[in-house]
Design a protein around this ligand. Structure first.
Ligand SMILES: C[S@@+](CC[C@H](N)C(=O)[O-])C[C@H]1O[C@@H](n2cnc3c(N)ncnc32)[C@H](O)[C@@H]1O
Length: 328
């Protein structure tokens, strides 16, 4: 039994079944036992999954080129910075250093005071805790995590209230068959985006992630929660909290609504492939593929291929713009 299994089951026995966001928060971010807070490195070959940030130097060079474009668009301001949220292992640092890179992750780093520049996030939003709702003939209910027979189990709990009820009704309306659906509530998304954008005086938020638009939710009648362990996808997200990753696809239509409430204008919503193609087109990827010998050149071409064709259509890139207050 993991240490978190012990403490979470004790919490359930003392206070009743938990909201899934509480379970996911502890599983990923408990300061001692959370998946992202433990000593063990979850990323890369020896870990549980790869992200684009491990495809270096090509990903770093292309993001640096995109950030450079943003700096030019903003008129090369002296206080330009790039603040990366959910920086993980810090692989972007060497490529974004020239832009005054600041790395933020849970328990590490802090946003500067007001700044002009870029807020960058790769696979941050899919790692935010969510709640889970069941839609059925019987109504719309929250799902909670119980402890039965020595294992965590899903329990149908109280009816869902406003405003999330309307959120679920809007999404559920896209399905022809609504006899049983599971839908996640992105309960931390807006406050996280607000924290990212608040210190930004003027500039851009660039976020890369996997997810769905409201219409695309029909692909996920059972929700999108997934765990990863040793490069295998695992459906049961309640097993061994703290040992395996838990993710939920990002609801991009909701993200766009949050952005608009925060006065961030959505400039682009595109596939990662399209974002990278636009970024690399000015020099036909020459800078990104610069190498000292043939072997290194072949490796970089393989990285670009993986980014464009392996991840390029699955991942999306959202570019939001914050315009400065008009000068008086
Ligand atoms: C899937 S990992 C991606 C890491 C890195 N960006 C990459 O591409 O490899 C998600 C990261 O987001 C971090 N994270 C989650 N919630 C966060 C928050 N509210 N603020 C900052 N970082 C957060 C996690 O600790 C984790 O390092």
């Amino acid at each position: 039994m993991t240490a978190l299994t012990e403490s979470l089951s004790a919490e359930i026995l003392a206070s009743g079944p938990l909201l899934f966001s509480r379970f996911m928060e502890a599983a990923l971010y408990d300061s001692q036992q959370g998946y992202y807070r433990r000593e063990r490195d979850p990323f890369g070959k020896q870990g549980d999954f790869f992200t684009a940030s491990q495809l270096q130097p090509v990903f770093g060079r292309l993001i640096a080129a995109a950030v450079g474009d943003c700096r030019r668009q903003l008129g090369d301001p002296a206080d330009f910075r790039v603040v990366e949220w959910g920086a993980g292992r810090g692989e972007m640092q060497p490529y974004l250093e020239e832009f005054g890179h600041i790395a933020i992750d849970v328990g590490r780093g802090a946003s500067p005071g007001r700044f002009t520049g870029v807020v960058f996030a790769n696979e941050l939003f899919d790692a935010l805790p969510v709640d889970v709702v069941r839609v059925s003939g019987g109504g719309i209910n929250l799902m909670r995590v119980g402890w039965n027979g020595g294992a965590f189990t899903w329990e149908i709990a109280e009816p869902l209230q406003s405003p999330w009820r309307e959120y679920v009704e809007r999404l559920a309306a896209h399905f022809d068959d609504r006899s049983e659906l599971l839908i996640e509530l992105p309960v931390r998304l807006e406050q996280t985006l607000a924290g990212m954008a608040e210190p930004l005086e003027r500039g851009f938020v660039i976020a890369i992630d996997y997810g769905y638009t409201a219409r695309e939710i029909v692909r996920f009648p059972r929700g999108t929660l997934m765990s990863y362990r040793r490069h295998q996808a695992i459906d049961d997200v309640l097993v061994d909290p703290g040992i395996q990753d838990i993710t939920a696809h990002v609801p991009f239509t909701h993200l766009a609504g949050c952005a608009s409430r925060l006065k961030l204008r959505e400039n682009r919503f595109e596939s990662l492939a399209s974002f990278l193609l636009r970024t690399g087109e000015s020099d036909q990827f020459a800078d990104a593929l610069k190498a000292n010998d043939d072997r290194a050149a072949a490796q970089l071409r393989l990285q670009l291929k993986t980014l464009l064709f392996g991840m390029g259509e699955t991942f999306r890139c959202v570019t939001l713009e914050k315009e400065g207050a008009p000068k008086s």
